[in-house]
Design a protein around this ligand. Structure first.
Ligand code: UGA
Length: 432
């Protein structure tokens, strides 16, 4: 099949590369010429393990190309995938500016019937709106069918997920369009769930909101564990052995971040509000997560009285390991507040420093190694569970910090080892 993918953010690029790897002829379209140049050379603008190797391979095989020219790409394609961003507006609703721009470009470009597949996460009803707007703008003899095909990839393991996901959801009103999208996806060999458009749109929001709730649930259990001297890791293991609970997304920590959970939970709350439904459970998940992101900072303020004038080391700014994405990361909340309080902050992350420099206050100092960030500090916060941090010998903290106070927001170390190390250690849901 000839396919074009509009938008080469994380979802669009991975989708395009995945489709080319299963033998489709893919053209990725983006308005940014520098980005298109970079990607045409097989270089990825985002850090995603395994992505560049697949880009290089499929570019070489002639199955993957990048362009700024929408018209040519669309007219050479049987199917157009929309994968532009839907960031949140101030009020939490999804911002559809980029979707609307794509609708206009498609309406001004295509000269024959097309199937449009929406990968972007959009509020329930948006795919019908896209179809209506397009069919109104296009000349009478050209028709489009819109299919909702939400994305379930995780950053940092997107390549693994695209070839080994649990399901592919296809929401369509038109049987033929649904069959064509099913055929396109067949080589992935992943169970396909076909449904109506609105249910497909809802599946995406409900899945992300459910996972965010699961994380908040285990984080609340962790907070109680600390008080009753239970260990949340043991609790999560025991709970996860029940297949009805499932053992994933039960890692307690300093809250979820990233470009999806915070945005999609707020958007779903708004979707409910718009139909006069007060989604109380989700509202408290969102509020609780905001508090949990600050949990260790509040603990440290409590322990020290004030953090003014303290030298603080930060290990990890990415919202999770194996990505350079820092959007809505707990680290941003903590670092900004530390600077406001008058602390001296030294930051290290294996890949997210460039992005951090664009977002964080200028007072922040950046270090090239974890050890440099730890050295001569009064306290250290571990905010991303990079493998590199888990393998730091504990003597590094006791030998190089002024006083070894470690606040571990991702439970990177075994409690028994830490107990004999001389570190003042605070982690999540585990009584020290
Ligand atoms: C999430 C979903 O997992 C994907 O299925 C979905 O496609 C994607 O959003 C999206 O909507 O595009 P992602 O945000 O990349 O993927 O990363 P996750 O692995 O889900 O992690 C999100 C946050 O939850 C991270 O901050 C992570 O540290 C936190 N988390 C995750 C926990 O605190 N505990 C856990 O057990 C799991």
């Amino acid at each position: 099949m000839n396919i074009s993918v509009v938008g080469t953010g994380y979802v669009g690029l991975v989708t395009g590369v995945g489709l080319s790897e299963i033998n489709h002829n893919v053209t990725c379209v983006d308005t940014n010429p520098q980005k298109v140049d970079l990607m045409s050379k097989g270089r990825s603008p985002i850090y995603e393990p395994g992505l560049e190797e697949l880009m290089e391979k499929n570019i070489k095989l002639g199955r993957l190309r990048f362009t700024t020219e929408h018209k040519g790409a669309f007219n050479n394609s049987d199917v157009i995938y929309i994968a532009v961003g839907t960031p949140d507006n101030e009020d939490g609703t999804a911002n559809l500016t980029y979707i609307n721009q794509v609708i206009d470009v498609i309406a001004n470009s295509i000269t024959e019937d097309k199937i449009i597949v929406t990968k972007s996460t959009v509020p329930v009803g948006t795919n019908h709106l896209i179809m209506k707007k397009l069919n109104e703008k296009l000349p009478n003899h050209i028709k489009v069918e819109v299919v909702s095909n939400p994305e379930f990839l995780r950053e940092g393991s997107a390549i693994e997920d695209i070839f080994h996901g649990d399901r592919i959801v296809i929401g369509a009103d038109n049987q033929l369009a649904s069959e064509i999208i099913r055929e396109i996806n067949k080589p992935y060999n992943i169970p396909i769930f076909e449904t109506d458009i609105r249910s497909a749109e809802m599946i995406k929001y409900a899945s992300n909101a459910f996972l965010a709730t699961k994380i908040s649930f285990i984080n609340e259990i962790a907070n109680i564990c600390e008080k009753v001297e239970a260990n949340v890791e043991e609790v999560a293991l025991g709970m996860g052995m029940d297949s009805r609970v499932g053992n994933q997304f039960l890692r307690a920590g300093i809250g979820y971040g990233g470009s999806c959970f915070p945005k999609d939970t707020k958007a779903l709350k708004k979707i409910a509000e718009n139909v006069d439904y007060d989604f109380k459970l989700l509202s408290s998940v969102i509020e609780f997560n905001n508090r949990q992101q600050r949990k260790l900072l509040d603990q440290a303020i409590n322990d020290f009285g004030t953090l003014k004038g303290k030298t603080v080391g930060i290990l990890g700014v990415a919202f999770k390991p194996n990505t350079d994405d820092i959007r809505e990361a707990s680290s941003l909340v903590i670092i900004r507040d530390l600077i406001k309080m008058g602390a001296k902050v030294k930051v290290y992350d294996p890949v997210a420093i460039d992005n951090a420099k664009k977002e964080l206050p200028i007072e922040v100092e950046y270090k090239n190694t974890a050890l440099d960030a730890i050295n001569n500090t009064d306290l250290v916060f571990i905010l991303t569970e990079w493998d590199e941090f888990k393998s730091i010998p504990l003597e590094c903290f006791t030998d190089s910090m002024l006083t070894p106070n470690v606040y571990d927001g991702r439970n990177c170390f075994d409690l028994e080892n830490v107990k004999n190390s001389g570190i003042n250690y605070c982690s999540i849901g585990r009584k020290y």
